[in-house]
Ligand binder design. Structure first.
Ligand SMILES: O=C(O)C(=O)C[C@]1(C(=O)O)C=C[C@@H](O)C=C1
Length: 115
């Protein structure tokens, strides 16, 4: 019978290899979180800059260039370009939501921030 849980009799070498791979996965996930946090720090500043100068939250032409670039990078890295595009669009949608909320706060006279 097959199972998703670990039966006791798994080969210790297999357990070790799995643990080693999971350690790397955990490191990569941590790096992704830190990189995303840095990216959002930048986009937060972009949001304030755009709000101060009444620029629109979204810039579809810029997005088009980012997507084309990322798809090429993904292809070269043997990552599915469609996945890379979906991932970038997911992040940008969140950034635009932040920009819109910063713009609203700016119009409504919310306390300005350093950015
Ligand atoms: O470059 C900008 O103008 C941004 O606001 C940043 C960003 C992004 O997250 O990369 C977000 C929204 C825009 O539509 C394009 C790009």
């Amino acid at each position: 019978m097959t199972s998703n849980t670990f039966p006791g009799e798994v080969d210790p070498a297999v357990r070790e290899e799995l643990a080693r791979l999971r350690d790397s996965i955990d490191n990569i996930d941590a790096a992704v979180v830190h990189m995303l946090a840095e990216r959002f720090k930048c986009t937060q500043q972009v949001g304030h800059l755009k709000a101060r100068h009444q620029l629109p939250p979204a810039d579809p032409a810029r997005e088009g260039r980012q997507i084309a670039r990322l798809r090429t990078l993904a292809e070269n890295a043997k990552l599915d370009p469609a996945f890379a595009e979906k991932f970038l669009n997911f992040i940008i949608a969140e950034v635009i939501r932040h920009h819109e909320s910063i713009a609203e706060d700016t119009v409504n006279g919310a306390a300005p921030t350093a950015n």
